[in-house]
Design a protein. Sequence first.
Length: 330
Amino acid sequence: MAIKKLKRAASAFFGATGQEPTCGPSLERLRKNAETTRSTMEKFASQLMRYGIGIKGEDVMGPQRFSMGNIKGAEQTSRKVYSQFDGDSRKVSDPCRSQIYTHSPKELEKLLKFLEKEYDYTEENFHHRGDRTPGRRSQKAGLWNNVEVRTDNGEIKRFKDHITNPKRWGWMGLTLHLETKLNNNEWGKFEIQVFPEGMRDAYDATHAAYEEIRTDIERWEQACEDAKESGLSGDIPIEEYFANEPKILNTLNLIINLHKSAGEQCGLHKLRQKLGGPDFPSLNTASPKQEGDDEVEPIEGYRVGPPKPEPKPEKDIEVPKNLPFDATLQ
């Protein structure tokens, strides 16, 4: 366990300096493959909207329906390769990304039904950790012919359903990781995210706040993984892990509430319930102190837990203004 943590820390350091991967394509090769892949990603997204949602005409690739993201920079890619994949660039699934925007729960449900025709929903292929990680459906054998043939052999390799299982901070949508064979016989990888109505505004409004706590959330997720490797069952309650870091919990609570408000007003929660999803993520901020907890000064509204780490510079949490939905905190 200690060796793994040291290796992870070293990987994060080298990644922050723009270090080249230890295995897999170089940073420059990843960038060039991503540039070549962008046209395939655009074609795939277009066909997905036409055949999966039923969008027709010029609206298919308009700004209200589609946006093309920037290719990941070398430093950003290197940081991800080392912090998450131990230096192996072959595991990077999103060197280039794009977004599709649906305008109603009906469109979203139609797209889900279109996708589930090609995915196995049996229990043994529906993997999840508690209610925090969305289900991953394994693609059935064979090609996804009704779309793939039209899009230069693009193939869905992974499908995350965050409608049925919202992310821990409340985002609801779909994420597709895809691959396509390039002329150099290498595989170009790309990611398409499907943003439902309301989630686009909620994401934009909370993105800066989430970036403030991203590394903290990743720290908690890694602690859960380490606990499981040690033989413990279940995730560490996030309220317990950050019991002495109320700024993180307050920021996370803000993000959850804004996404929840957007989802309610756009009908996404009704769709989630229809699909049989779990309860929407929330924070339990009223847990009493437990026997055996370290004796530290209580923080009102939060459980007393492990000692507080070194403090970080803090910014005031601001509720975004002029949102198209009610952002009242609960």
